[in-house]
Design a protein around this ligand. Structure first.
Ligand SMILES: [Zn+2]
Length: 237
C-alpha cells in the first residue's frame, strides 16, 4: 500500500524533527550557560552586600564630618564674639575661651573618628572592586557562551527548517484517514506510530509477532491497515 510507504517516510521525517528539537533544547552549551548564570547571581549578591557595607561606612563618615563642621562653626562664632567687643568682663571672656576650647576639642574628636572610618572604607572599596571584577568576568564569559549557543543552535535550526519543509511536502501526500490515526498514535507511543514489519518482527517495538497473529496480519487485504499486536503501531507490510 503506497500510502503507508508515504506515511513511513513521514514518520522518518517526524522522528528526525523530534531528534533535532531534542538536540536544540539539550545543547551542552546550555548547561554551561545555566552554570555561569548561577555563578553570576552568587557573585552579584556578594558584591551587593559589600556595596551595602560601603554605603553604611560612607554614611557614618558623612555624619561625623557634619558633626565636626558643626563644632568648627560654633568655635568660629565664639571666636568672633571674643574679639568683637560684645564681651568685656574678664570672667565672661574666660568662660568664652573655655567654651571655644571645648568646641575645638569636640571638633578634633569627630575629625579623628572620620579618619578612623576612612581607614575602614579603603579595604572595603578594594573588596568591592574585586567583587565587581568577578561579576564582569562572568558577564564576559556569559557573552561568549551566548554567542556559542547562537552559532550551535543556528546550525540545528537551519537543518530543522529544511526537514520541516520536507515534512510539509510529505504530509500532503498522505490520506486524511491515515493521518487521523497516525497523529494521536504518535503522541501516545513516544513519537513512533508506524513501523515496518520485517519478517515476523515489528520494527517499532522489536518484538516477534507470534505466528498465528502474524498469519492474520498477512491475510489482511492490502488496503487495510494492520497493527502490531504487541505495541499497537501501524504496520507497513
Ligand atoms: Zn510492535
Amino acid at each position: 500500500m503506497a500510502a503507508l510507504d508515504d506515511l513511513l517516510a513521514l514518520q522518518a521525517l517526524d522522528t528526525r524533527i523530534d531528534q533535532l528539537e531534542h538536540q536544540l533544547s539539550t545543547l551542552p552549551v546550555r548547561a554551561e550557560i545555566d552554570g555561569a548564570t548561577a555563578r553570576r547571581a552568587g557573585a552579584a549578591s556578594a558584591a551587593e552586600s559589600v556595596r551595602a557595607r560601603l554605603a553604611e561606612l560612607r554614611a557614618t563618615q558623612e555624619h561625623l564630618e557634619s558633626q565636626a563642621a558643626e563644632f568648627e562653626q560654633k568655635a568660629a562664632a565664639a571666636d568672633a564674639a571674643l574679639y568683637d567687643g560684645s564681651v568685656t568682663a574678664h570672667k565672661d571672656l574666660e568662660a568664652l575661651q573655655h567654651e571655644i576650647a571645648g568646641f575645638r576639642q569636640r571638633q578634633a574628636n569627630y575629625e579623628d573618628q572620620v579618619l578612623g572610618v576612612m581607614e575602614e572604607v579603603e579595604p572595603v572599596e578594594a573588596e568591592l572592586a574585586d567583587a565587581e571584577h568577578v561579576v564582569s568576568e562572568i558577564d564576559a564569559a556569559l557573552a561568549t557562551l551566548e554567542e556559542r549557543l547562537r552559532v550551535e543552535a543556528g546550525d540545528v535550526v537551519a537543518e530543522l527548517e529544511g526537514v520541516r519543509a520536507e515534512r510539509d511536502a510529505a504530509v500532503a501526500g498522505v490520506p486524511e484517514d491515515l493521518l487521523a490515526e497516525y497523529t494521536p498514535l504518535r503522541a501516545r507511543l513516544g513519537g513512533t506510530a508506524v513501523a515496518r514489519l520485517s519478517g515476523a518482527r515489528c520494527e517499532g517495538c522489536f518484538m516477534e509477532i507470534p505466528s498465528a497473529q502474524l498469519e492474520q496480519v498477512r491475510r489482511l487485504p492490502a488496503e487495510t491497515v494492520a497493527t502490531c499486536p504487541e505495541c499497537g503501531r501501524m504496520l507497513v507490510r
